[in-house]
Design a protein around this ligand. Structure first.
Ligand code: ATP
Ligand code: MG
Length: 484
């Protein structure tokens, strides 16, 4: 490999269209999440009008000229890298692992790229599983950690071939294994296309990504408009990385995104759910939310929510507060469940629909909320398919809200024992913050949780307070029998 002093001229202004397939048959990672490296597994490229990227050479940044230390790479990832290398294969860490290590962000997710075929990778690791139907990826497991190993891939068609894209420009065809020089061009952003070579700890940079990471700049590789048409999810990825890393989305990308948010309607709803999780569960939900709205993407994901947010400042404040809370929880290492945020996103649309349903038919507030939740979620599923394991508890949590208004009697006291009480209580506190629930009611439910069963029974007025004197019973005078 030629070592260039400056690789920038190799790609400046040249489009290098890469692509990914549409993942209708996406394999899933062990956590149930879509495997993101797998987005690349069926990549395709139509390189007509463009030079063959395979003919380019990278700028090689030696270890002494960068800050990526092996301490930043997990033991599992290092084991895989070394074993591949020792077996004679090219072995690179790529993607977010390299990017975040340069930024000293302690990466947790490691993707490896190699010229070993998936079968060859499997023969090296006993704990390896191959996933994916058309293009196979290797998952090597070490305890709970899974390292994804992808074989370099290239465009199958360096010829004029329109059949690789659908009428909207999305990638629909598969592609073949290739070399690193080819693999790089199908990746999305320059900052995600840096290859850390375990052989000598250098970083190979074909696209100017190293400089872009240093300048905190998100630039798409190739022609931005085309890259977004090929895979509109890249718009969400742009916002996600900008929110998480504090990067500026390059004006060329912003311009290509403008007016094209609706391309997301063509993305399979299951894939959008996986993106939703990455957008809102990674600890940067609040800045990401603001960016999604700024780039008109949020309304594509949650149209009914955006409708209400644009009209109601209180609801916007409540949403922001929930997102902030969620980010704080992630920062403290606490668990977060998507059902809570989904509850917030759907709350106002559901509440409004419930009010309408109650004017049409006689039913309790809780019943109306449950029914409206069902309707709003069904409509939403057309955009983002949310698994039942989240929608069912979310509906329960929302339907419990009217019960917080009642603080007397056995039914009120039983609420504390409800399996959704904790989530419903947190949700009620959020509503209290937004002025929907009085401070007294919120305080009542907070205090109640610290009380002994006896004191609680008194609070719910099921039992007289021991401090109070028992009231003496007044005798009723019998009515005198009639006619006497
Ligand atoms: P993080 O792990 O922090 O989400 P990441 O950059 O590692 O960030 P992944 O989704 O894990 O993102 O993907 C790994 C790499 O695969 C990316 O860095 C990028 O090179 C490539 N990639 C993933 N998704 C796409 C896509 N839709 N289009 C092009 N390349 C992609
Ligand atoms: Mg990653």
């Amino acid at each position: 490999m030629a070592v260039l002093s400056d690789g920038a001229s190799l790609y400046g202004g040249v489009s290098n269209p890469q692509a990914d397939s549409h993942l209708f048959t996406m394999p899933r990672g062990p956590a149930g999440l879509l495997s993101y490296g797998a987005f690349l597994q069926a990549s395709d490229s139509h390189l007509k009008n463009y030079p063959n990227p395979g003919s380019t050479a990278p700028k090689v940044i030696p270890r002494a000229a960068h800050n990526v230390s092996r301490d930043e790479i997990s033991d599992a990832a290092l084991k895989v890298l070394y074993r591949l290398h020792k077996a004679g294969y090219q072995s690179f860490l790529v993607g977010g692992g390299v990017r975040d290590a340069i930024l000293e962000l302690h990466p947790k997710d490691f993707d490896i790229a190699t010229n070993a075929t998936p079968e060859e990778v499997r023969s090296l690791f006993s704990s390896c599983r191959l996933i994916g139907r058309r293009f196979r990826l290797a998952h090597v497991r070490f305890g709970r950690e899974v390292i994804e190993v992808a074989t370099f891939r290239a465009a199958a068609n360096h010829v004029d071939d329109d059949s690789s894209h659908d009428t909207e420009g999305r990638i629909i065809r598969d592609n073949v294994y290739g070399s690193l020089d080819e693999d790089v061009w199908r990746r999305d952003f320059t900052c995600n296309a840096l290859y850390y070579n375990i052989a000598d700890f250098s970083i190979w940079d074909y696209t100017g990504g190293f400089e872009d990471v240093k300048c905190k700049r998100l630039k798409l590789i190739g022609d931005p408009a085309q890259r977004l048409r090929e895979d509109p999810v890249r718009m969400l990825r742009a916002v996600r990385f900008a929110g998480k890393l504090g990067f500026t989305i390059d004006e060329s990308v912003v311009a290509a995104m403008r007016g094209h948010a609706n391309l997301l309607t063509n993305v399979p709803a299951a894939r959008l759910f996986d993106e939703f999780l990455k957008l809102f569960q990674s600890g940067y939900a609040e800045p990401t939310f603001e960016l999604l709205r700024e780039h008109s993407l949020f309304g594509e994901l949650f149209p009914a929510t955006e409708d209400e947010l644009s009209k109601d400042g209180n609801y916007l404040a409540m949403t922001r507060s929930a997102l902030r809370n969620s980010d704080e929880r992630v920062a403290e290492g606490k668990s977060v469940t998507p059902m809570f945020l989904l509850g917030v996103f759907f709350w106002l649309p559901i509440k409004k629909l419930a009010e309408i349903r109650r004017t049409e038919e006689k039913m309790s507030e809780s019943q109306a909320l449950g029914l409206a939740a069902y309707e709003v979620v069904s409509e939403q599923q057309r955009r983002i398919s949310i698994p039942k394991r989240f929608t069912v508890p979310m509906r329960e949590m929302l339907a419990l809200q009217p019960r917080f208004d009642n603080i007397r009697g056995k039914r009120a006291m039983n609420l504390v024992e409800h399996k959704r009480f904790r989530a419903a209580y947190d949700f009620m506190l959020l509503r209290a913050e937004a002025g929907e629930v009085s401070d007294e009611i919120a305080k009542f439910w907070t205090d109640i949780q610290l009380q002994s069963p006896e004191a609680r029974a008194v609070s719910f007025q099921l039992q007289a307070s021991p401090d109070k004197k028992p009231q003496s019973r007044r005798r009723r005078r019998r009515k005198p029998p009639q006619g006497s």
